[in-house]
Design a protein around this ligand. Sequence first.
Ligand SMILES: [Zn+2]
Ligand SMILES: [Zn+2]
Length: 293
Amino acid sequence: MKGNLHTHTTNSDGDYSVWEVLDIYKNNGYDFLGITDHEVFCEEKYDGEITLIHGIEESSLYVQNDDRRGTYAHFNCFIPKENVKAKVKYYQNVGDLQKNIDELNKMYSLVQFNHPLFSRFLDNEHLALDGYDLIEIYNHKDFVEETGMSNAENLIRTMLNNHKKFWISANDDFHGPYYGTKNDRCFGGFNMVCADNNEESILHAIKNGYFYPTTGPMIKDFRREGNIFKIETTPVKRIVFYSNMRRCKNIFDLNDEKITYGEYELRGNEFYLWVKIIDKDGKLAWSQPVYLE
Ligand SMILES: [Zn+2]
Ligand SMILES: [Zn+2]
């Protein structure tokens, strides 16, 4: 199932209603769409060709008006455990922010750390935070309108090397407007989820890591057989197996785009393995990190 887990509507600061954004994504081949307005849990009922994923974007704001620092920590939350009474939270240090995350975990079953590049935490602050299920490796709005950085790969790598565990996602954070085929504000990052096309199945699969984020290329299969990891992809220029070990395995074809398979044999000291693929246009997809310890 193909979907975007991060969309705004007129319920907060988006340009389109819930029904309009569902149409936009449905008409572009998406199977599901997460509606995540600021401090407003999506209550709309929809029974159509695209699955509506009901969510909210909860804010934690830095208490001091310090322009050197990103001030917005945002979390997309799904599967509320009780009636949602969203309120903006505040923090002045990482300990406070951790308490806010703990509170979100009491209220929801699935919590995503949004746009880490936009939020501008330091690496050591990221290393001190725990308790969210997934983090956006790619946020299309951040790339197009804010930092211009195409992904948070370096941050993810630092966290993996420090034994942090999480899933990664790619999303649009679409607010509008929509320019038809010329638009550059949506269809930038999405997730491919191994699930039935209903909300419960999709969110269950995401909670358990049965999905991968992409900005274009596709992973057709990714499996472990004994000590060998095997990946099948749509045609790409490069497949990189990355771990905590000194050498990556980097399979590439710089002239053409004809690689569709790669494998990696574990050497024994990997505590995680992570695969990235790159197509001829530089578009990326990543496997979930595989945690081996
Ligand atoms: Zn946000
Ligand atoms: Zn957002």
